[in-house]
Design a protein around this ligand. Structure first.
Ligand code: GLN
Length: 248
């Protein structure tokens, strides 16, 4: 399963963040430790989104992160205090194309998904039917993750980010029981993430907040997020709330 990383803190280069720590996201692309049976390496592309001067920028590639020279040549010159990044291991049957690489973005939010919607797409057609046709027809890719983004975008119109993230996970899981739904959403100031079937960790102090599929280094401050939980994080702030399953 893919690995992802979210950061809010002092301004750094995107390249340095991708390489940060003895178990950096770049290293996790070829030597992940906690894939839980969902693939072995994350070589089906990668992406990073960053906020700078209130504008969201993004770079994605279908190359493995370790082989794309843009990381050194360009992303070392891109500086930001807020980043969402992901390395992808495509789920069997899902397209390997740039549109399928996270993060998915609009002009405010960026989203990464680590996991799989089981019985895709049949299990979630009723949720898709609730989305305006234009949004469905402009989905970034024909994949489970892109539908999760499309659902989330629709809910972000009317809901808080934490409610949108929690209800998408709840509703998809209700229909597609057994799905793995680790979402990571950022807006440049704050991050909202779920642990739902996959590993997730957070390291937060007064100056920075990191959320990652696997700890990036040996720092004792990494907190393992319990399964079925929603995390809200920014510097000096970490709230972990259980997501309850109920009837809808
Ligand atoms: N199912 C998603 C995809 O194929 C996410 C994959 C993953 O987490 N490995 O893009």
């Amino acid at each position: 399963m893919c690995r992802h990383l979210g950061y809010v803190g002092p301004v750094t280069s995107v390249r340095d963040l991708l390489h940060f720590g003895s178990h950096s996201l770049v290293r996790q692309s070829w030597a992940p430790k906690e894939m839980r049976g969902g693939g072995t390496i994350n070589a089906d592309g990668f992406g990073a989104a960053w906020w700078s001067g209130g504008v969201l920028g993004r770079y994605r590639s279908v190359s493995p992160i370790w082989s794309d020279p843009t990381v050194e040549e360009t992303l070392s010159h891109v500086h930001s205090g807020a980043v969402i990044a992901a390395v992808r291991s495509a789920t069997e049957g899902m397209a390997v194309e740039i549109g399928a690489c996270a993060p998915f973005v609009d002009d405010r939010f960026a989203l990464s998904h680590n996991g799989v919607v089981v019985r895709w797409p049949a299990a979630v057609t009723s949720l898709a039917e609730g989305i305006p046709a234009v949004q469905l027809l402009t989905m970034p890719a024909p994949t489970d993750s892109a539908l999760l983004w499309t659902l989330l975008r629709d809910r972000l119109e009317t809901m808080s980010p934490e409610s949108a993230v929690a209800t998408v996970v709840h509703d998809v899981s209700f229909l597609a029981h057994g799905s793995k739904l680790n979402l990571l959403l950022g807006d440049g100031n704050e991050m909202w993430a779920t642990a739902w079937g996959h590993s997730l960790y957070a390291l937060v102090d007064e100056s920075s907040a990191l959320i990652a599929s696997e700890p990036l280094d040996d720092s004792p401050g990494w907190e393992q997020i319990p399964d079925r939980a929603l995390v809200c994080a920014r510097p000096g702030h970490l709230i972990i709330t259980p997501i309850q399953m109920g009837e809808r």
